[in-house]
Design a protein around this ligand. Structure first.
Ligand code: GLN
Length: 487
């Protein structure tokens, strides 16, 4: 292990600025680390090493010429395999897109390029971001760096594991129902789902468009904030991206923390007792800093899982209709006519979970069932949103567990999809409501697996959410811990 492997992006940025390390040396150190541990972790689906090193050389040339672009110039950022980078594969960990190479950049990637960051690697994920364990990838199962028999979480399990194992300081994930926060929690890192509409979805392969956001993952809140500030922007290609310039969150981290009212929603507790305890301890710490802690209730949270799985599958059934074997996707060699191409290509190209969701989503949208399921779910979504609005009239921030349990053994839930879905109970509410939410480490359970603390804020209060998380992080040492990977 090279000493730079576990340095945060902010430290790397200073080392680059002081010319104590070059961007090439830094990128090479990450590639060496990947070579050493990724055979065991399997976070990356592929890496274009020559391209990564060429980008690093370009960053070094800018620095030598005095034209450095920003604080992330020369810092590596690895990318979840559902975010388009021009000239790179974008398979969504699906056989359907196994040979697809993106012809364009997602807006978040264009933004990163403008920052000078070195964009490298394709990170494993659940197929089309559907899952909570990265076991639904068509290509590899990613292991949790804290215990390689356990899952890293999902769907951004490759992103979380890569960051936790020191293979990259920064990664992008996407969060439709918790896919940034839950794997961040399972792997002991920081992951942030921004307010809906602050980050462009253009070039992020759509699963459930009304729920998802691309977001940053890193080993510190400050790094997550710095990366978010690069990602967030208006976007003329995404009609759901909010107009207007974004207020940078990074400068807000060092603003003096004001005493705030923090709500603990009772419906989020009652899972693993070690998690409840760690989160309540975090609440007590905020109280010791002058915050007022209130127990609050969000009574419709028990409907969040069915509501999410109706809306998400309905949107997925529509979004995934484009993968038909006719255009750029897998085409069955056994097909004879057009209908046969659709059926056989989709049958061969999609994995079991994706098919389950397309079927479920088609069902809830079908005439006769639309009112009973889809429309009802939309009404409950509004109800949940209004309960959060009411809660936020009284409190500034909501504090809760990220997950009801820590990382579970591989294979532990694959036979029972419902059991897998129920684990999303603490994360889906922020997607149904569009609210910003961060997960950061707040302890470890008896078997040494990381525990995540979730902070949920008001819409567009991203800076305050990250500032509150940063205050907790700097007063504790949970984020600095490094897993030992036996190779
Ligand atoms: N686990 C959730 C699901 O399977 C969330 C996925 C996500 O956020 N992409 O739908």
């Amino acid at each position: 292990m090279n000493e730079v492997n576990f340095k945060n992006a902010s430290e790397l940025s200073s080392l680059l600025a002081e010319k104590k390390i070059s961007a090439r040396e830094l990128m090479q150190a990450q590639l060496d680390r990947i070579r050493a541990v990724d055979g065991k972790i399997r976070a990356f689906l592929s890496i274009d090493e020559a391209d990564a090193l060429a980008q690093a050389d370009a960053a070094d040339a800018r620095r030598a010429a005095g034209t450095t672009l920003g604080t992330l110039d020369g810092v590596p950022v690895a990318i979840k395999d559902n975010i388009a980078v021009s000239g790179q594969p974008c398979s969504c960990a699906s056989k359907m897109l196994e040979n697809f190479v993106s012809p364009y950049d997602a807006t978040v990637i264009s933004n990163l390029k403008k920052s000078g960051a070195v964009i490298f690697g394709r990170l494993n994920m659940d197929e089309f971001a559907m899952g909570s364990s990265t076991e639904n990838s068509a290509f590899a199962k990613t292991a949790n760096p804290w215990n390689t028999n356990c899952v890293p979480g999902g769907s951004s399990g490759g992103s979380a594991a890569a960051v936790a194992a020191g293979m990259t300081p920064l990664a992008l994930g996407s969060d439709t129902g918790g896919s940034i926060r839950q794997p961040a929690s399972f792997c002991g890192i920081v992951g942030f789902k921004p307010t809906y509409g602050t980050v462009s979805r253009y070039g992020a392969v759509a699963f459930a468009s009304s729920l998802e956001q691309v977001g940053p993952m890193a080993r510190s809140v400050a790094d997550v904030a710095a990366l978010y500030d690069v990602l967030a922007s208006p976007c003329s290609h995404d009609s759901t991206a909010l107009p207007g310039e974004r207020t940078p969150t990074f400068p807000q981290l060092s603003a003096p923390a004001k005493p705030r009212k923090i709500g603990l929603p009772k419906e989020f507790f009652g899972g693993d007792s070690a998690i409840d305890e760690a989160v309540k301890k975090a609440a007590a710490w905020y109280e010791s800093q002058g915050c007022e802690i209130r127990e609050i209730s969000l009574p419709s949270i028990d409907l969040a899982i069915p509501t999410y799985y109706i809306i998400a599958t309905a949107e997925a059934s529509s979004n995934l209709a484009r993968f038909d074997g006719i255009r750029y996707t897998h085409r069955s060699a056994r097909a004879t006519d057009a209908i046969d191409i659709f059926a056989k290509s989709r049958g061969e190209g999609f994995g079991e979970e994706v098919k389950r969701r397309v079927l479920l989503g088609t069902y809830v949208l079908s005439a006769g069932y639309y009112d009973a399921y889809y429309l009802r779910a939309q009404k409950i979504r509004s109800l949940i949103r209004s309960e959060f609005e009411k809660a936020f009239a009284d409190v500034d921030l909501i504090l809760a567990p990220t997950t009801p349990e820590t990382a579970f053994p591989q294979g532990g839930k694959t036979a029972d999809p419902l059991k897998m879905y129920l684990g999303d109970i603490c994360t889906v509410p922020a997607n149904l409501t569009g609210l910003p939410a961060v997960s950061l480490p707040c302890g470890f359970d008896a078997s040494g697996m990381p525990i995540g603390l979730q902070l949920i804020g008001k819409a567009l209060d991203d800076g305050n959410v990250l500032a509150a998380a940063h205050a907790f992080e700097t007063a504790h040492d949970f984020s600095g811990r490094i897993p030992t990977i036996e190779i």
